[in-house]
Design a protein around this ligand. Structure first.
Ligand SMILES: [Zn+2]
Length: 100
């Protein structure tokens, strides 16, 4: 993987969590401000009622109070979304966001 030289900190700096979640969560209400926000429908269970999935648009953390999915940043989100290891999730972010 030729993307290995991009460190996690670089990836997280170059992909603002607010932009990432706006792209990932079509049901997320329009972001206003930073910090913890309603993420709309949880992508990790068949969610029919918005309100239990929260994302932190400052640091990228996410948590679902319904199914228990949670993580500390957008790399963790991609790991869970796609079932990837940390390095593979990093590589996918680099690819999807054109950072290579
Ligand atoms: Zn959930």
């Amino acid at each position: 993987m030729k993307t290995a030289r991009l460190q996690a900190a670089d990836v997280k700096t170059r992909i603002p969590p607010a932009d990432f979640y706006r792209a990932e969560l079509p049901a997320m209400p329009a972001p206003r401000g930073a910090g913890w926000r309603d993420g709309g429908l949880c992508p990790f269970h068949s969610d029919r009622h918005a309100g239990s999935f929260r994302v932190n648009l400052s640091v990228g953390s996410f948590v679902c109070f319904s199914c228990g999915a949670k993580g500390s940043d957008i790399v963790a989100f991609v790991q869970m979304r796609d079932g990837l290891s940390f390095p593979d999730a990093m590589a996918r972010l680099v690819e999807e966001w054109g950072l290579a």
